[in-house]
Ligand binder design. Sequence first.
Ligand SMILES: Cc1cc2nc3c(=O)[nH]c(=O)nc-3n(C[C@H](O)[C@H](O)[C@H](O)COP(=O)(O)OP(=O)(O)OC[C@H]3O[C@@H](n4cnc5c(N)ncnc54)[C@H](O)[C@@H]3O)c2cc1C
Length: 447
Amino acid sequence: MTRSMADTTAVAGLASGVRGRVLLPGDAGFEEARRPWNRAVDQPVAAVVEAADADDVAAVVRHARREGLSVAVQPNGHGPSGDTDGTILLRTGRLDGVEIHAAERWARVGAGAAWGPVLAAAAPHGLTGPAGSSPLVSVVGYTLGGGQGWFSRRHGLAADGVRAFDVVTADGRPARVSADSCPDLFWALRGGGGDFAVVTAVEFDLLPVASLYGGRMLWAGHRAGEVFAAFRELTATAPPELSLWLTRAEFPQSPPMVALDAAYAGSAAEGAALLGRLDRIADLISDQRGAMSPADLGDITGDPTTPGPSLSRTELLTGLDAGVERVLTTEPLAPVLSVQLRHLGGAMADPATATGPHGPLTEPYLLYTVGLTPSPEAAAAVAAHQAELVRRLGAAVSGRKPFTFLAPGESVRSVFPEEALARLRGIKRDRDPRGVIRSNFPVLDGV
Ligand SMILES: Cc1cc2nc3c(=O)[nH]c(=O)nc-3n(C[C@H](O)[C@H](O)[C@H](O)COP(=O)(O)OP(=O)(O)OC[C@H]3O[C@@H](n4cnc5c(N)ncnc54)[C@H](O)[C@@H]3O)c2cc1C
């Protein structure tokens, strides 16, 4: 029997055990249902199940275990690696419940909930969540990989604020995972990725934001050097309540641009004073700075809202010297679309806060580069230019990468310190010896 025939037999009984939709190869809608949000990544799978609830999740895990298959969980596919051959692709989008416990400042959200609805539900209470740039990314997928966002300098990665997970373990049983009930699994889930259990819900701290100031400032591209200099100066002294991200972009059919995105958890007057230095830079195209609702955090960067093919490459930087400035402000970007620098530090670098598998992120900056890849040739050109940009950055590149920013072909070996990776591998072997659960970036080699 060939591999695909064996897979077909193994998934045949799936539909009888779950309430949600099951799609098998050849079914109408299967091809669309198996595609991730990042269209550049092909996802060969044996079946797609859109779970109706946590019982469906458990049924799928038990089925996979019985039939010798693996389950790849994917709310929407913002972070696909393509490592899904022969798996049951488990879509969790219908588990999208959001509960805000305002008085005690915590939230409970389902495995399919995206950041947008969580921020919207928390904002009227003067609270927010540890979200990143995109309101569409799932809270659980983002948090399992650490999750670096607007308030990470003040409060640490999203994973550092988790109180508990509800999971289905690799043997198909529901379990509650907290620091007390299951310390090893709790540690692994707070940044080690989706390799250890299927999460059905997460509970995490909400962050108080009495007032928020921020927005995007956009200049003509030839001001990149001055904006970079201001970014370097401001980030050298920024309080942990201020997050600044710089983006240089060359979109097709648009003039080159440079943007500075800001979020300051404090008053508009303080925020305006902190960013006053930027008023001196000429050729401003637009300035959206102002008092804002935390519900609108996901609008600051204008992240893409429709699926498309792209290739990113992310690096952590040890500093911003003149060489880095030259490469990032003057080198042509195309076929790369944009490069973004995020200021890290603060609680992310503090061992007291950063207690998950990543450990402290001591690099002060993150560099994210992305290009559109509608064809294999375009992908090769983007990858080559990203590699060249990184090569020119030289010793400023630390070689470490945050889990949530890994791209297809990259590995957790560049994410975790050696000791943490060994511990994660031990937990995987103990908890899932048959490899029933398949993360987009597995901790064991050759899985
Ligand atoms: C436009 C855009 C903006 C982004 N901005 C940021 C940012 O600001 N900060 C940041 O840190 N990252 C950011 N990311 C990266 C993003 O956080 C990761 O790609 C993350 O993995 C996405 O999670 P997802 O659930 O939306 O994606 P998916 O691709 O659906 O899931 C990613 C992986 O998470 C695991 N997973 C998801 N749900 C479960 C579950 N219920 N149980 C077990 N495992 C599960 C699986 O291993 C899965 O392969 C961004 C990505 C994009 C595309």
